[in-house]
Design a protein around this ligand. Structure first.
Ligand code: FES
Ligand code: FES
Length: 170
């Protein structure tokens, strides 16, 4: 082991990963720079935008706020792991596509990971007020949110009874 590095082992999108990293490495850096999972975005340096949201042990987490070394043994799910590689889109991804819930797409991975966790916590019948309140930690600079809210409501309904619900909530 090099002098200024430490090893961390965790599961990312169902695969065991061990990385030798600078102890200051953030989870988002581990994902993007070491594992090349660039679907998780960085949109700010103040922990406000939510473009970096992934699931850690089933819960939506801003990956720019966590040191990778804190995640020994953790289970991390990124946007790349939400749907099976050769399968259809996750119902929440499909709902964003159908409802035009994106424009530039920069905020979208974080929005979708937040939305899936929202369904886990708040259920499948989400009203506009709840969705808007729950999106407090996610910023979109393009859409005005209307279609994102519509997409999340539709995605939440579509996740009812879908195996994707339990997979993402594991
Ligand atoms: S990059 Fe994590 S909240 Fe903005
Ligand atoms: S679609 Fe552009 S930031 Fe949300």
């Amino acid at each position: 082991m090099a002098a200024n590095t430490a090893a961390v082992s965790l599961t990312v999108n169902g695969k065991p990963v061990t990385a030798e990293i600078d102890p200051r490495t953030l989870l988002v850096q581990l994902l993007r720079e070491h594992l090349r999972l660039t679907g998780t975005h960085v949109g700010c340096d103040t922990s406000q935008c939510g473009a970096c949201v992934v699931h850690v042990n089933g819960k939506a987490t801003k990956s720019c706020t966590v040191l990778a070394l804190q995640l020994e043994g953790a289970d991390v799910l990124t946007i790349e792991g939400l749907a099976a590689p050769d399968g259809p889109l996750h119902p929440m991804q499909e709902a964003f596509r159908e409802n035009h819930g994106l424009q530039c797409g920069y905020c979208t991975p974080g929005m979708i990971m937040t939305a899936v966790d929202m369904v886990r916590r708040k259920g499948h019948d989400l009203d506009d007020h709840t969705i808007r309140e729950q999106l407090e930690g996610n910023i979109c600079r393009c859409t005005g949110y209307h279609n994102i809210v519509k997409a999340i409501a539709a995605g939440a309904r579509a996740m009812r009874g879908s195996s994707a619900t339990s997979k993402a909530a594991e």
